[in-house]
Design a protein around this ligand. Structure first.
Ligand code: DHB
Ligand code: FE
Length: 291
C-alpha cells in the first residue's frame, strides 16, 4: 500500500464514524421504546426557554453580525447532514451531564460514555482475552483489579464491559474494515470480584476532522485530540452502574482533552509486565448501592 492510499483509507474510515454514531444512537433509543428521550412539558418549557434566552443574550452582548449568524446556520445544517450531532454533544456537553448525574456517588469516579458504545459485546471469563485480529497491532496490556461495594465487600460475578480504539485510533462498528466485535468484550468477575483483562494498549484518538466538528475545530484554531483511553461500564445487581474511562500517564492530551473527560482519579499507573511483552495496569472499581 502506498502512503497516499493509506491516508485515503484512514480518512474514509474517520468520515464514516460520525454518521454511524447517529444510526447507532437512533437504534438504541428505538430499543428503549424512546423512553429515555421523554421529558415532561413543564421541564421542556423551562429548559428550552433558558437555552433560547442564553443564545439571544450572546447575540446582543457580543453584537453578532449577519455574517456570523449565517455561518452558524450553515454549520448547524452541516452537523446534521454529516450525522455529527452525537460527536458534537458527547465532546462538548456530555461531561457536564455526567458531572450532574454522578455528584451523589461515593464509589469510583466515572466519566462520559462517548458516541462509540455498543451493548452486548461477547461474554468472556474473568481472565479472558478481548476479541482482536490475528496480529492486532500495538502493545499488549493486562488490565486487572477487583470490583467492590462502598462497604468493601467484593462483588463476585460483577460485569465489566470494555471497549476501546485500536492502534490507529479506530473503533469497530464505526470505522469500516474491522471485525464486528474487535476490541470490545464483557468480562464476568470471579467470586472475589476479580478480573484480568488481556488487550492491546489503545492509541490517542482524534475526533473525525473532515466533517462539521472538524470544520469548527479548524475555524476556531483548536485541536481534535482525546488522550488514549479505555472505556468501561461496570455493573452488579443492587448497585449503580458506572460508566468510566481510564487514561495513561504521560499522554500529551491528558491536560487538554477536547472532550473534557479526564479526571485525576481515572489515571492508570501501568508497569512493565515481568512475565510477557507489554504492560500491566491495576485498577479497582467501587460501586455505590442502587438508590
Ligand atoms: C468521541 C470519541 C470518543 O472515543 C470519546 O471517548 C468521546 C467522544 C467523539 O468522537 O465525539
Ligand atoms: Fe473513546
Amino acid at each position: 500500500m502506498t502512503d497516499t492510499s493509506f491516508h485515503a483509507e484512514v480518512t474514509a474510515k474517520a468520515a464514516d464514524s460520525g454518521a454511524n454514531a447517529s444510526a447507532q444512537f437512533r437504534e438504541r433509543m428505538a430499543d428503549a421504546g424512546g423512553r429515555s428521550g421523554v421529558v415532561d412539558t413543564a421541564r421542556v418549557d423551562f429548559l428550552a426557554s433558558k437555552v433560547v434566552k442564553s443564545l439571544n443574550d450572546i447575540v446582543l452582548e457580543e453584537k453578532v453580525s449577519y455574517d456570523e449568524y449565517n455561518a452558524l446556520k450553515a454549520w448547524l445544517i452541516k452537523v446534521g447532514e454529516d450525522g455529527e450531532w452525537p460527536l458534537f454533544l458527547d465532546v462538548w456537553l456530555e461531561h457536564s451531564v455526567e458531572e450532574v448525574a454522578s455528584e451523589h456517588r461515593e464509589g469510583s469516579k466515572g466519566t462520559i460514555e462517548g458516541p462509540y458504545y455498543i451493548p452486548n459485546a461477547p461474554e468472556l471469563p474473568w481472565n479472558g482475552t478481548i476479541p482482536m485480529r490475528d496480529g492486532e497491532p500495538g502493545t499488549p496490556l493486562v488490565f486487572q483489579g477487583q470490583v467492590r461495594a462502598v462497604d468493601g465487600r467484593p462483588l463476585g460475578g460483577a460485569r465489566l464491559e470494555m471497549w476501546h480504539a485500536d492502534d490507529l485510533g479506530f473503533y469497530s462498528q464505526f470505522a469500516p474494515g474491522l471485525p464486528e466485535w474487535n476490541l470490545r468484550g464483557t468480562w464476568i468477575a470471579d467470586d472475589q470480584g476479580r478480573f484480568e483483562i488481556h488487550t492491546m494498549r489503545p492509541a490517542p484518538y482524534q475526533i473525525p476532522t473532515e466533517g462539521a466538528c472538524g470544520q469548527l475545530i479548524s475555524a476556531a484554531g483548536w485541536h481534535a485530540w482525546r488522550p488514549a483511553h479505555l472505556h468501561f461500564k461496570i455493573s452488579a445487581p443492587g448497585h449503580e452502574l458506572i460508566t468510566a474511562q481510564l487514561y495513561f500517564p504521560g499522554d500529551p492530551h491528558n491536560d487538554d482533552d477536547i472532550a473534557s473527560a479526564v479526571k485525576p482519579e481515572l489515571m492508570l499507573d501501568p508497569r512493565e509486565n515481568p512475565d510477557a511483552d507489554g504492560f500491566i495496569a491495576d485498577y479497582d472499581f467501587v460501586l455505590d448501592p442502587e438508590k
